[in-house]
Design a protein around this ligand. Structure first.
Ligand code: NIG
Ligand code: FE
Length: 412
């Protein structure tokens, strides 16, 4: 017999249902279920509603009582991270804060290349272990689904090592990990050839193995002066699309160009956008490409935030992700960063919460999560409070007290 459980009562359930994928959202558009309950069967939600009504409707369900005042939200989705890496860049951070330039840091052996060197030294097992550890830390902050990029290998074999480690980590980590290939992160310093030659090699030798071993269905590239140009990436993304990889782009971090590449290649998302101007904002808002703000990178580098308010007002879909990586975004705390972005960019609670739930799920093309409604995965983040507004108000300091992943209580 299948096991049914009724969880509750919750003072408030915020199901994030009935909201648009794109554009501004006011807080009074948020559905709030008072004294709510959630019926789950196996991994999925069977029903949400008033706890007492559900108790009469599902008399055979086991009851998991939640005592005291609690608010229940969909488990968070972090749509952009680089948590599979070796080494540390604490030295970069200290140098940057002491006023050293990007070039001075690179000359002292820092920057992305330092992480590439350390990641290449690490074994698959070490990378797997570290990825699980970091992913489980994210879970405790409410994240039940986490995207993880490669991009610190930068050879066919080293990128494969990273993506195999991410796949292995997904078997043991508490959040579900969605992998992305970021072999186009930068031209490796030890590659003898041009950007286009490197990308050609990767697309010919790596793409088929990714398919064979089912290592990822997502392809990312860093479009920036220090990485790859729109012209460099043209053939690479065309080949990736032909092979049915979903495209995502590190776009407009320091200079513009990336969001145009993303829209031209029908990318699912364009991420960063700290340098986007009104032109790029319009372009994204009028496309199906989701805009992903990465406040963790703004905080880590001391740079300006993504123009999230303008993007929403122009009609874009806005997601907020942590970008957790050893260089530009070492904090890795999505809820804190999302709250801070909200204060600087004047985002409503509804917009911030949408950016880390159903809109973030859409940025990963996941239609089975991000909202609390019948048929979707029972991924729940529960906070000790009687009012959902407390969650962002505490700016990350109010941690979840219970987490369900795929219908299992994985943290309390
Ligand atoms: O998303 N922008 C490029 N890539 C990463 C940084 C990676 C690193 O510094 O190690 C980012 O911020
Ligand atoms: Fe990134």
């Amino acid at each position: 017999m299948t096991k049914r459980t009724l969880i509750g009562p919750f003072k408030q359930i915020i199901p994030m249902t009935g909201l648009a994928l794109k554009g501004a959202i006011s807080d009074n558009e948020l559905d709030v279920i008072i004294e709510g309950g959630i019926v789950i069967e196996n991994k999925v939600i069977l029903a949400t509603g008033n706890f007492d009504d559900l108790k009469s409707e599902y008399p055979q369900a086991d009851i998991q009582l939640v005592k005291g005042n609690h608010v229940c939200l969909p488990g968070f989705v972090d749509a952009h991270t680089h948590i599979c890496f070796g080494g540390s860049r604490a030295k970069d951070y200290a140098m940057r804060n002491a006023g050293k330039t990007y070039l001075e840091i690179a000359k002292a052996g820092g920057g992305i290349w330092d992480t590439v060197t350390e990641t290449r030294k690490a074994s698959t097992e070490e990378l797997t272990k570290n990825t699980i550890k970091r992913a489980n830390r994210h879970l405790k902050n409410g994240t039940t689904t986490l995207e993880v990029k490669s991009g610190y290998g930068l050879t066919v074999d080293e990128e494969l090592k990273m993506l195999r480690a991410i796949k292995k980590a997904n078997e043991k980590a508490m959040p579900e990990l969605i992998s992305t290939c970021l072999a186009a992160h930068m031209l490796p310093k030890d590659f003898e050839g041009t950007e286009k030659e490197y990308l050609k090699l990767i697309s010919e030798k790596l793409f088929p193995v990714l398919k064979e071993e089912n290592l990822t269905h997502r392809m990312d590239a860093f479009i920036e002066q220090s990485a790859f140009s729109a012209d460099d990436i043209q053939a690479y993304f065309t080949k990736a699309s032909e092979l049915d990889f979903d495209i995502t782009v590190h776009a407009d971090q320091f200079s513009t160009n990336g969001s145009k590449v993303a829209v031209d290649h029908k990318a699912i998302s364009a991420d960063h956008l700290e340098a986007s101007t009104d032109t790029e904002i319009e372009l994204l808002a009028n496309s199906d490409t989701i805009a992903v703000a990465l406040p963790g990178a703004s905080i880590g580098l001391g740079c300006n935030f993504t123009p999230a308010r303008k993007l929403l007002d122009a009609g874009a879909a806005l997601v907020i992700a942590s970008d957790h990586n050893p260089g530009s975004a070492p904090m890795g705390d999505l809820l804190t960063q999302a709250s801070i972005l909200g204060t600087f960019e004047k985002l409503t609670n509804a917009e911030v919460l949408a950016g880390i739930t159903f809109r973030a799920a859409a940025a990963l093309k996941l239609e089975d999560r991000g909202k609390l409604e019948a048929g979707l995965l029972a991924d729940l983040a529960v906070f000790h409070s009687d009012n959902y507004q407390d969650i962002l108000y505490n700016q990350g300091n109010l941690k979840p007290c219970m987490i369900w992943k795929n219908g299992e209580l994985v943290f309390d």
